[in-house]
Write a protein that binds this ligand. Structure first.
Ligand code: C2G
Length: 130
């Protein structure tokens, strides 16, 4: 059983997120998602539209996702990798190089982002339609 982990805010869930989760699941047999808490979003400088519980419920409905855990700090990845017996860390290539330190503990894969879609873009385009 090859276990994969990824992390993110996943606000206003869109097809770019789904592409990432699908490709992440294809790297193994079991996908864990570390979902950023509202408090950690503050640290990341992100304000999400949906609360943690609402974003968690959406992620748990996705066929590629096997487990959603809390992400509430930058330092938890190494302990998560051992705690959940993770073989592979996956994230979008907007983070390329940022998590290479995890290569001592598991495989690290940066996946190509889906172009043209982002939560920020959705928000700004909706605001301009008001
Ligand atoms: N993503 C993507 N294509 C997009 C938008 C997002 O592949 N068009 C990917 C991101 O690269 C990330 C995941 O979807 O792997 C979740 O995106 P965010 O919610 O924006 O995640 P982020 O805020 O970057 O959080 O500790 C890591 C952080 O929690 C990552």
């Amino acid at each position: 059983m090859r276990r994969v982990i990824t992390y993110g805010t996943f606000d206003l869930l869109h097809y770019g997120h789904i592409n990432l989760l699908k490709k992440a699941k294809e790297q193994g047999d079991y996908l864990i998602v570390g979902l950023s808490s509202d408090e950690f979003n503050d640290i990341k400088g992100k304000k999400s539209y949906f609360s943690f519980n609402e974003r968690k419920m959406l992620l748990e409905a996705i066929r590629y996702v096997d487990l959603v855990i809390l992400e509430d700090n930058w330092e938890q990845k190494v302990s998560d990798v051992s705690k959940y017996d993770v073989d592979c860390f996956v994230i979008g290539d907007d983070w390329k190089g940022e998590f290479d330190y995890l290569k001592d503990f598991c495989d690290v894969i940066y996946l190509e982002r889906t172009p043209e879609i982002s939560t920020t873009k959705i928000k700004s385009e909706l605001n301009s339609q008001v």
